[in-house]
Design a protein around this ligand. Structure first.
Ligand code: MF3
Ligand code: CO
Length: 256
């Protein structure tokens, strides 16, 4: 069942995703060599709670933290830990969720720590551009497959891997609603996009092979070949005239 949102509901989803964007910026400001991912999780949780929301991930299917923080070869769902210490040249994917006024915010950004290798910088730039190209397809009358194909075609044109095991999703009163939004697929296929649908588009792109491993901690997803991966996520409302992006990366990038 795909829930179409009213204008009022879209505005509450926007409020949540702007708060997530601000929380991502706050975490991003603290990503420096020597900080632990556990410290970053505390910063995220305090920021979310002090702005009148609760961390949507905490307790979700038993998830033990407020943030997912995935370093280098970790793709998504890295559990914050006092044993994971950030160092120069790392890439750090931060995924945050809020719950406020009955709705959920869910967005993610991959940060570079100081000077990263040029090929890693390109992985970040291409993953973000793949998100933008997918987002450009998020308009009423298109289909989910138009988004999927735009993401896949762009990422694969650089020889990168598109992770198949995880996908984007509808967003609303629940974090995961229909439809699923894969990062691979064919134009013209899948559910039709309609005015009032709100979806999360979240490419997970690998520098090497696309195969992933699910770690024994029950959460962390990493690349099988241990090459780096990037993850960027937007919440987007579908409108007749095109995408209405509810996440604001400019808040994050202004602070970098
Ligand atoms: N943000 C993730 C997603 O987009 C969900 C995080 S899993 C959780 O699907 F358990 F941490 F919540
Ligand atoms: Co998501």
């Amino acid at each position: 069942m795909i829930y179409l949102k009213t204008e009022e509901e879209i505005e509450l989803l926007r409020e949540n995703n702007i708060l997530v964007s601000r929380a991502l910026a706050e975490v991003g400001r603290h990503i420096k060599p020597g900080v632990t991912t556990k410290q970053l999780d505390t910063i995220a949780e305090d920021f979310i709670r002090s702005h009148g929301a609760t961390p949507a991930f905490l307790g979700y299917q038993g998830y033990p933290a407020s943030a997912c923080i995935s370093v280098n070869d970790q793709v998504v769902h890295g559990i914050p830990s006092d044993k994971v210490v950030i160092k120069e040249g790392d890439i750090v994917s931060v995924d945050l969720g809020t719950f406020m006024k009955g709705f959920v915010g869910d967005s993610a950004y991959t940060f570079a720590v100081g000077e990263v290798a040029p090929e890693v910088r390109q992985l970040l730039d291409v993953t973000k551009e793949a998100l933008y190209r997918g987002t450009a397809q998020a308009k009423a009358g298109n289909r989910v497959g138009d988004i999927s194909a735009a993401v896949q075609d762009y990422a694969e044109s650089f020889g990168y891997g598109v992770v198949r095991e995880l996908e984007g999703h509808g967003l609303g009163r629940k974090m995961h609603e229909a439809p699923g939004v894969p990062n691979f697929g064919m134009r013209g296929r899948g559910p039709m996009l309609k005015q009032g649908m709100v979806i999360c588009i979240e490419p997970m792109i690998t520098m090497g092979g696309r195969a992933v491993v699910f770690e024994r901690d029950g959460w962390t997803v990493r690349t099988r070949d241990r090459k780096p991966a990037a993850h960027f996520e937007f919440a987007v409302a579908i409108r007749q005239d095109g995408p209405d992006v509810l996440t604001d990366f400019s808040i994050i990038e202004q602070s970098l």
